[in-house]
Write a protein that binds this ligand. Structure first.
Ligand SMILES: Cc1cc2nc3c(=O)[nH]c(=O)nc-3n(C[C@H](O)[C@H](O)[C@H](O)COP(=O)(O)OP(=O)(O)OC[C@H]3O[C@@H](n4cnc5c(N)ncnc54)[C@H](O)[C@@H]3O)c2cc1C
Length: 479
């Protein structure tokens, strides 16, 4: 406490930490916020840089528009005019040797429309014939959390898992259906599975439920990578980069953080702390004071991946790519697991340089770490070969960029929701401590922002129990 202002330290300057700082600021002048990030820049997985003179995202490239938190934050920090809709969301699956349109009505790969599935050609005739058995099979009892693969396979057969669900989960989590939790990664399907015998019917109900109007995704003209700086500035927080927090201890009146090299430690005192770092780092920080949470967090595994961005001259394509890109099932055994035709998906990129075609290849799923041991030139060569074969690119790109995201995507394995509940239960008795970020309730940007909002509200409630100066934040948390 300095004068009548409380000091809150946010550890981690990714979008979750920065959003937490912004929400704390909405609490009014009673709080001073410091954000500490170990990296040389803020933003974590949100980062954009130039490729062939055009600003292109190297990490997250979009956010769900139908979940309000991300878009609302962008608008609140002055980026409303920068939001851009996709030019197309028509995606394909590279299955059985060819690009095939994603079947209409699928829900995270689970088909809801047999005719659309047949038309897509994603499944073999045998695989396709197995799907409607779902309608006559006895109910698959799902009383506890199960893997996505176990449930979908039981209802619709192996090929739906291998060729539809795996590529979707690979795209979002870089994870595998055999391990990922049905409850955590497909909550709507899991809920329907508890009451509906047929998965086809359940998926159809989800797919045809009334939805918000407008595109599913949105991005920013300067890339999602432009969001962190805007949030940081609007938060009014002191932002310190290159500051890795090594230790977190409870004190009589609050918390003590230790940073800096071991021989010359810097000690920072705080009234409250928000831990907004990935699970392994959060586990280390919480080990001394909240060992129960630390143990649970240490069990969350992370997948690694690399993003190879290629910028070609337009004349490298006899026929320019169409659609937003494609996903690749692991059974196809290709190095590239997904490709985004960025200039098609995001028309503002094409407007920035009409002579350029920007494509983005994602490489690496859980268990494919060996692939990522190749050097940058080899990864570019893999991506160039893939774009020649699949998108028809001729020759070499004008520019390329390799971005490695080691240990970047938390795996929501079976039991994840219970694990997160145990983490929160262990943190709850510690006043002035909260956690947020991608390890908890969803790794998309809006989900991370939502965890930040909850964490900030918890801290404001602790610092100002009578609600004298944080009424505004309180109303925000209900928004
Ligand atoms: C390649 C890729 C593509 C993605 N695409 C999308 C997408 O299109 N749409 C979408 O919604 N989501 C996407 N995601 C997921 C999303 O970007 C992330 O889940 C989200 O940005 C994570 O935010 P965070 O703040 O929780 O964590 P992070 O971004 O990981 O930030 C954590 C920060 O903590 C810092 N830190 C760690 N340890 C310490 C310490 N001890 N002391 C101080 N600082 C520390 C790190 O330096 C980092 O800056 C993607 C992720 C990746 C990797």
């Amino acid at each position: 406490m300095e004068g009548n202002r409380c000091h809150v330290v946010v550890v981690g300057g990714g979008i979750a930490g920065l959003a937490a700082a912004w929400y704390l600021r909405q609490g009014g002048e009673g709080v001073r916020v410091t954000v500490l990030d170990g990296a040389r820049r803020i933003g974590g997985k949100l980062f954009a840089s130039e490729v062939a003179g055009v600003q292109v995202d190297a990490g997250a490239e979009a956010m769900l528009a139908r979940r309000p938190e991300g878009k609302a934050l962008a608008e609140a920090v002055g980026l409303g005019g920068e939001l851009r809709d996709p030019g197309t969301t028509r995606a394909s699956i590279l299955s059985r040797g060819a690009l095939r349109a994603m079947p209409a009505g699928q829900v995270m790969g689970v088909p809801s429309d047999l005719a659309a599935l047949a038309r897509s050609g994603v499944l073999s005739p045998v695989g396709l014939a197995r799907v409607p058995m779902d309608r006559i099979l006895p109910a698959t009892l799902v009383t506890t959390d199960v893997s996505v693969a176990a449930y979908v396979r039981a209802r619709m057969g192996e090929e739906v898992v291998e060729r539809l669900v795996e590529p979707m989960l690979g795209g979002v989590y870089a994870g595998r259906a055999e391990r990922l939790s049905l409850e955590a990664t497909m909550p709507a399907v899991a809920a329907a599975a508890r009451s509906e015998r047929s998965l086809l019917t359940a998926a159809r109900e989800i797919a045809t439920a009334p939805k918000q109007k407008g595109p599913i995704f949105t991005t920013l003209r300067g890339g999602m990578g432009s969001l962190p700086a805007a949030v940081a500035e609007a938060s009014g927080a002191e932002i310190r980069t290159g500051v890795t927090v090594r230790e977190l201890r409870r004190t009589e009146g609050g918390w003590r953080l230790v940073t800096g090299p071991v021989p010359e430690p810097e000690v920072i005192e705080a009234d409250a702390v928000i831990v907004a770092v990935p699970a392994p780092a959060a586990s280390r920080l919480l080990a001394a004071e909240v060992p129960g949470a630390a143990a649970e967090l240490s069990r969350i595994e992370y997948a690694s991946m690399a993003v190879v961005t290629l910028a070609y001259s337009r004349d490298a394509f006899p026929e320019p790519p169409t659609g937003s890109g494609y996903l690749v099932p692991p059974v196809e055994r290709r190095a590239v697991k997904a490709a985004t035709f960025s200039s098609v998906k995001w028309p503002h990129l094409a407007e920035a340089d009409p002579g350029l075609v920007v494509l983005r290849c994602s490489i690496g799923r859980l268990g494919e770490e060996a692939l990522l041991q190749r050097d940058d030139a080899e990864l570019v060569a893999l991506a160039v070969k893939e774009m020649a074969e699949v998108a028809g690119a001729r020759g070499l790109p004008r520019d390329s960029r390799v971005t490695r995201w080691g240990g970047s995507l938390p795996q929501y394995d079976v039991g994840h929701l219970d694990r997160v509940a145990r983490v929160r239960a262990a943190v709850a008795p510690h006043p002035g401590l909260a956690v947020c970020g991608a390890a908890y309730d969803g790794l998309g940007v809006p989900a991370c922002v939502a965890t930040a909002r909850t964490a900030a509200a918890r801290i404001l409630d602790h610092l100002d129990p009578a609600g004298q100066w944080h009424r505004k934040a309180d109303s925000l948390t209900k928004g």
